[in-house]
Design a protein around this ligand. Sequence first.
Ligand SMILES: [Zn+2]
Length: 295
Amino acid sequence: MAATSFIFGTVGSPLSTPKKPGGTIGGVARLAELKLGALELAWVQSVRVTLATCEAIRQAAHEAHISLSVHAPYYINLNAYADEWPKSRKRLMDAAYFGHQAGASDIAFHPGSYFAQSPAQVLQVAIPRLRACRDALDSMGVSAVLRPETMGKGAMLGSLEDVLALSAEIEGVEPCLDFAHLHARTGNGSGNSYAEWVAMLDRVAERLGEPALRRLHIHLSGIEYSEKGERKHLPLVQADLRYRDLLTALRDRGCAGRMLCESPILEEDALRLQRTWRRLTGHSALGPRATRTQN
Ligand SMILES: [Zn+2]
């Protein structure tokens, strides 16, 4: 079933998650309380989880109607030197395998570094490696979509064109669009207007087909940057990102999917994005207002 709107959530458990039960299970419960709908498991240092924990997470999320994804470890590089690649590969494979066991439908990951090579050269290495990962996961019955993320620095594999190339070449690979990173990447303040966002979305549709716009996976936050690109994530109100215009572009192009907030005030900004989206689209979904009118 194609999504008709966005589900909003956080990367990592909300900051207001109570200490008990805490962790992912507590995070799922807290998101449901906040009337948010998605959690990205932040397995960003390593994947250290048992199958029993995965099953507990899967059940808790299912019962609370929270959609799950995984942020794979940072140290993955599709362009790693040959002797380093097996370690990178294992991190991605573990994130996907255990994520799938936990009920995650999507696995976001940082695709790697150019090492001063051209994007075309790097993609020649990255595409066959990622395709082999995808094939191995398919043969294990792991159906989670692999989502290479757009990255905030020009030295990193992860321009919009890079992630679209990976996605166009490999079935079961689709972009994770981090619009804050795309804005920071050039270091010159570009990627921050309605017209530029519409052009990006049109490019996604051109490369992957119009239906890809209905299953987007988006990361968003405010961002601080220099001429070299990303410095750090910021709360939306402290940053220059015109997120209302971005949401308007997404609305006007009929986009849908999941939007995960990575700002330092996680759930506060996730709720801000959800509120803004609902105001722009008239989607009330399961928000607090809908609950009140039932009473
Ligand atoms: Zn990321």
